[in-house]
Design a protein around this ligand. Structure first.
Ligand SMILES: Nc1nc2c(ncn2[C@@H]2O[C@H](COP(=O)(O)O[C@H]3[C@@H](O)[C@H](n4cnc5c(=O)[nH]c(N)nc54)O[C@@H]3COP(=O)(O)O)[C@@H](O)[C@H]2O)c(=O)[nH]1
Length: 660
């Protein structure tokens, strides 16, 4: 053998590709070791291989069925002459690894493209490198629009910077984050998704990529909230059910405890509903219940919760009520509303009605269940008393609420029927004892009960808003009377009118005053408006604006009952006031109570520093007057001169003072 041939043998044994020589029938005439390894057979020589032997330019791929499992090989063959016979030399390359890897890549690509989850891959700087089809399906951003951008292009604005900082901190620490997140589609729609982000690192631990996989869970969320809705609502009226009511009451109790507020639970039972059901069938009854629910909802405040407990029983949770009567008023309104005729779906008209039981927190119970039970007991009593009425859990409250509501009805009628009267109490100059003006004080001349003092009806009027009508009336009456006195030649008098907190903050006072002055012809500088400390201090900034507008009209402004509220001196300085009235409670015990004397003296001094006139209220004795004189108080008002009297009697006080 020549050295070249000997080397060739060695070469054939060392190369990793297999070399075979087969005859025309496929019997192996020669094999190197690599061929045996590829075919996984120890003695190939002489065996017949099921492989194509015909020569081909292009490589051919074949499957290899081997002891160690399936494999793939690439063959190239060429005809040769072998020991005088026609044969073929075949180059065999094991491509199993490449094929498997190609398959795996193909599978991965198929999964990537066909998964319903959106997938995005970024580089280490969070620039999007790849997205899949589902990404586009969910977000509507195409590959061209997404690649090169940051995933923050999807931000909805619903999460704050802290949320994202924590998310990236978790990825940095653990390499992973999963959670629910709100993102925004290209069309602007915000949707919830379940997102999982993983950091991909290289061998040295450096992050090379981030992969985000997300599922649009808006449908899931909608289903969840639908299930939640069904669990907490009555399917017929779609109102909250008992379960939701109890949880709302529980929460309301927490808030009421925290804020020191009161809440009421009204249990409503429809009277004669059973008759409708029995006479016209359940479908008609259902329709009526839906109408009732709609009408009740329409009547209630936005913050009240109306629930249906089942059958013909409804409940109202009233949060943040100021007085027990507020609940009675709503109950009464409900009773009136439900007492109206109802047009049924079958075209028939029926009358039902309602009874209402009321329990209050904290008075009647400390837990939702207790409150519900007490309201139920009260409802039972209301029904026992003859239906169409409300009852509180306690008898006392029922009486006082009914009395106040009765007063409210009569007061409305009194305003319409002209039963209000203006009385005038002189305001006197401390130095010379001359009457310089009067405070107008309202009275109600009731045909049955006689003269009713304001303290009996002003609080109810405040609660119900009737105070605005009353306030407008006395303003107009005082200006009309003042104008008459000017025309009758009486000396100039300043007439003071009380403005209630409600009137001050909730009515267009400035317009009303301007209109009244124009209508009556009473000079603005002769009108004084008395405002309480509490009204001014409730909303200081708004108070300053209203006062400035009133001041611009030319009217005088006084602060009433000074010392009883919590006036802040800082604000007092900002209010354009003319007069400060010392509350009667500081005058009452003069000269016996040292503290009161010191307070009164301090108020006079402070008012003068602020360049305000000072008027002392409720002066009944000469000693009180002497003390006020000594302190330099400007004006006083009190029984020492006269109680509030009707206009004709007030006129008679003036000549006695030498004023006429
Ligand atoms: N928003 C409105 N409030 C008004 C109006 N009219 C009256 N009121 C308020 O009702 C409260 C009680 O008023 P009234 O019963 O008229 O009592 C006033 C005086 O009669 C009483 N007074 C005056 N001098 C004396 C006295 O020497 N002794 C004594 N025992 N009582 C006296 O004080 C009341 C005057 O109050 P004030 O307004 O603070 O100056 C009262 O709060 C009225 O404000 C109205 O039209 N609108």
């Amino acid at each position: 053998m020549t050295p070249a041939l000997a080397n060739l043998d060695l070469i054939l044994e060392t190369i990793t590709d297999g070399i075979l020589v087969v005859d025309e029938l496929g019997f192996v005439l020669y094999t190197n070791r690599s061929a045996e390894r590829i075919f996984d057979q120890d003695a190939l020589l002489g065996t017949k291989l099921a492989i194509p032997v015909s020569p081909s330019d292009a490589p051919q791929e074949i499957n290899l069925v081997r002891r160690s499992g399936l494999g793939w090989a690439e063959l190239r063959s060429a005809p040769i002459e072998w020991e005088g016979r026609k044969a073929y030399v075949i180059g065999v390359r094991d491509i199993t690894e490449r094929k498997l890897s190609d398959d795996r890549l193909l599978q991965a690509a198929t999964v990537f493209e066909s998964t319903r989850e959106g997938v995005l891959m970024t580089d280490a700087n969070k620039r999007i490198l790849r997205i899949n089809r589902a990404f586009t399906d969910i977000t509507s951003y195409t590959e061209a629009e997404a690649i090169g951008q940051q995933p923050s292009m999807l931000r909805s604005g619903r999460h704050d910077a802290k949320f994202y900082a924590e998310m990236w901190a978790s990825i940095a620490a653990t390499g992973h984050w999963q959670g629910e997140i709100w993102n925004r589609r290209k069309n602007g729609e915000v949707y919830p998704e379940l997102l999982s982000i993983s950091a991909i690192t290289d061998k040295s631990g450096e992050v090379t990529n981030y992969v985000g996989v997300f599922a649009d869970i808006s449908r899931l969320k909608a289903t969840e909230s639908q299930l939640d809705f069904l669990a907490h609502h009555d399917p017929l009226t779609r109102l909250p059910n008992r379960l939701l009511l109890l949880s709302r009451v529980d929460h309301a109790i927490e808030v009421a405890l925290r804020d020191g507020k009161m809440l009421a639970l009204l249990m409503i039972d429809l009277d004669r509903f059973k008759d409708v059901n029995d006479s016209f069938g359940h479908l008609t009854g259902d329709d009526l219940l839906q109408q009732v629910a709609k009408q009740l909802n329409f009547r209630l405040r936005g913050i009240d919760t109306l629930c249906r407990l089942g059958g013909d029983e409804f409940t109202v949770l009233m949060e943040n009520i100021a007085h027990p009567e507020d609940a009675a008023r709503v109950a009464n309104d409900i009773i009136t509303t439900l007492g109206e005729p109802w047009l049924l779906s079958n075209g028939k008209e029926v009358r039902i009605g309602a009874s209402v039981g009321i329990s209050l927190f904290p008075e009647h119970g400390a837990t939702p269940v207790e409150l519900l039970q007490q309201a139920d007991t009260a409802l039972y009593q209301a029904k026992a008393e003859g239906r169409g009425r409300f009852k509180y859990f306690s008898e006392e409250l029922t009486h006082s609420a009914r009395a106040r509501m009765d007063l409210e009805v009569r007061l409305r009628r009194a305003i319409d029927k002209g039963e209000l009267r203006a009385f005038y109490q002189p305001q006197v100059n401390v130095d010379n004892g001359r009457i310089v003006g009067a405070e107008a004080l309202i009275r109600w001349q009731d045909p049955d009960q006689g003269l009713i003092p304001p303290l009996r009806f002003i609080p109810v009027a405040e609660e119900t808003g009737l105070i605005t009508a009353i306030g407008n009336w006395i303003l107009k009456e005082t200006c009309r009377q003042g104008k008459c006195w000017i025309e009758a030649g009486l000396p100039p008098l300043t007439l003071a009118v009380n403005v209630s907190p409600h009137q001050f903050l909730h009515s267009n006072l400035e317009e009303i005053v301007a209109e009244t002055l124009a209508e009556t012809g009473f000079p603005a500088n002769r009108l004084e408006l008395e405002l309480t400390e509490s009204a001014l201090m409730q909303r200081e900034h708004e108070a300053i604006r209203i006062l400035n507008r009133l001041h611009a009209l030319g009217v005088r402004l006084a602060i009433d009952d000074f010392g009883t509220g919590y006036s802040s001196l800082a604000y007092l300085k900002l209010f354009p006031l003319d007069v400060l009235k010392i509350d009667k409670s500081f005058i009452d015990d003069i000269p016996h109570h040292r503290d009161d004397m010191e307070i009164a003296a301090a108020i006079v001094a402070m008012a003068h520093t602020l360049r305000l006139k000072v008027l002392a209220e409720g002066v009944e004795t000469k000693e009180q007057l002497a003390f006020l004189q000594a302190q330099g108080c400007d004006l006083y008002q009190g029984y020492l001169t006269s109680p509030p009297v009707p206009a004709d009697q007030f006129e008679k006080l003036l000549p006695a003072q030498g004023l006429l």
